[in-house]
Design a protein around this ligand. Structure first.
Ligand code: MG
Length: 387
């Protein structure tokens, strides 16, 4: 049995991962779980999967959970906060850690897990965007595998295989385009409700907003560059509203290989968990004749400024993507809380990144510091100019 820890078990990917583990019966053992705030769901997950350790966001929630465990004669150890995440990421018995926490909070536990030589299934793109090349270097030194869970990166991984990287001419990431790609609605009038209606994927709130601004695709381009060791210039985006072709790779000889399936995260999650094996999957089989038409368009970098900002920041490299990611996380939070307009998101990210002078460093602590500083600056900017 493969032993697995899931960081972010109450989120969309975390829930789908546990669904998959439940269906496979005796193939996986869950040894650690973490949630930010949904302890009611965590209680149900503890009862079902009996992990040795769990972690919550706050010490208050940890206290509540400890009492509940005692009352129910459950031996699960309860931790909290960033130390708790680090603990769950490095449990002795774990073979593979699935990172599905949202945002930069994933970076520190990710590093701890790699240092403890745990293989990684990564759904937390922000930590790879923040300081991916440093992370990949450490993973290489520790002989740790980082397996992508994002559907596009899983597709690229499946197209390239492990041995053919030097033959890659370019990576073509597909993007659904989000809810506003074809809409004529003014971006300034878009409500939180509009932005949360994704046409093809059901996901968490932060990533759904990122998909609507296309920042998600920008983050994914950086993530692909890091994971596959390909410069950002060789990563292209194509809009594909049906979300059936999950990405493609063009090789030096002009051959293009694509990975297709109905849009369902179960498949990339399952592939990362079962790799290198391919097991029966429980998603609806693809029927191309039924799908009918597959469309592809050029992305609109003018309308979706976040995409352009992400490419510019990737080209600047080093600490710049971390600053961009921090500013974006804060701006999205304010948008979700109804405090700023949809079209303010790229403006805010642009202002913050244009102030940053790139630092060339391999010290991960510097990235963490820069992330904190950029968040602080973004909050100040929004409070001063936008509210
Ligand atoms: Mg994706």
């Amino acid at each position: 049995m493969k032993k697995i820890a899931v960081l972010g078990s109450s989120g969309s990917i975390g829930i789908q991962t546990l669904d998959f583990i439940r269906k496979t019966k005796n193939e996986f053992k869950v040894c650690g779980l973490s949630v930010n705030s949904n302890i009611e769901l965590l209680k149900r997950q503890i009862k079902e999967f009996n992990p040795s350790s769990v972690s919550t966001g706050t010490s208050e929630d940890a206290e509540v959970l400890k009492k509940w465990c005692k009352k129910n004669n459950i031996n699960t150890k309860v931790y909290y906060g960033i130390d708790g995440l680090n603990k769950i990421a490095t449990l002795k018995e774990t073979d593979l850690v699935l990172f599905s926490v949202v945002g930069a909070v994933g970076l520190e536990p990710l590093l701890k897990a790699i240092e403890a030589r745990k293989n990684i299934a990564i759904a937390n793109k922000e930590s790879l965007v923040m300081s991916g090349s440093v992370i990949m270097q450490i993973a290489k030194e520790k002989n740790v595998k980082i397996l992508p869970v994002d559907s596009e990166h899983s597709a690229v991984f499946q197209c390239i295989g492990e041995e053919k990287k030097e033959f890659v001419k370019k990576i073509i990431l597909t993007a659904s385009g989000g809810p506003f790609y074809k809409s004529n609605k003014k971006l300034s009038n878009i409500t939180v409700e509009d932005a949360l209606k994704h046409p093809t994927w059901k996901m968490g709130k932060k990533i759904t907003i990122d998909s609507a601004t296309l920042m998600n695709k920008g983050l994914e381009a950086i993530e692909a560059s890091v994971l596959f060791g390909v410069p950002i210039e060789k990563i292209e985006i194509v809009i594909h509203p049906q979300s059936i072709v999950h990405s493609m790779v063009e090789f030096n000889d002009g051959s293009v290989i694509a990975q297709l399936s109905n849009p369902d995260m179960t498949l990339p999650i399952q592939y990362a968990l079962s790799y290198p094996e391919r097991k029966k999957c429980f998603i609806k089989p693809l029927n191309l004749a039924e799908a009918g038409k597959l469309e592809f368009y050029k992305p609109d970098f003018k309308k979706f400024e976040c995409l352009k900002i992400a490419y510019d920041c990737a080209k600047a490299g080093w600490t710049m993507p971390a600053v961009m990611n921090a500013a974006n996380e804060i701006a999205v939070k304010y948008f979700l809380n109804g405090k700023i307009s949809f079209d303010a998101i790229p403006k805010i990210v642009k202002t913050i990144t244009s102030k940053h002078k790139v630092i060339k460093t391999k010290d991960i602590n510097k990235y963490i510091k820069i992330d904190k500083k950029a968040r602080f600056q973004t909050v100040n900017l929004i409070e001063e100019r936008y509210i």
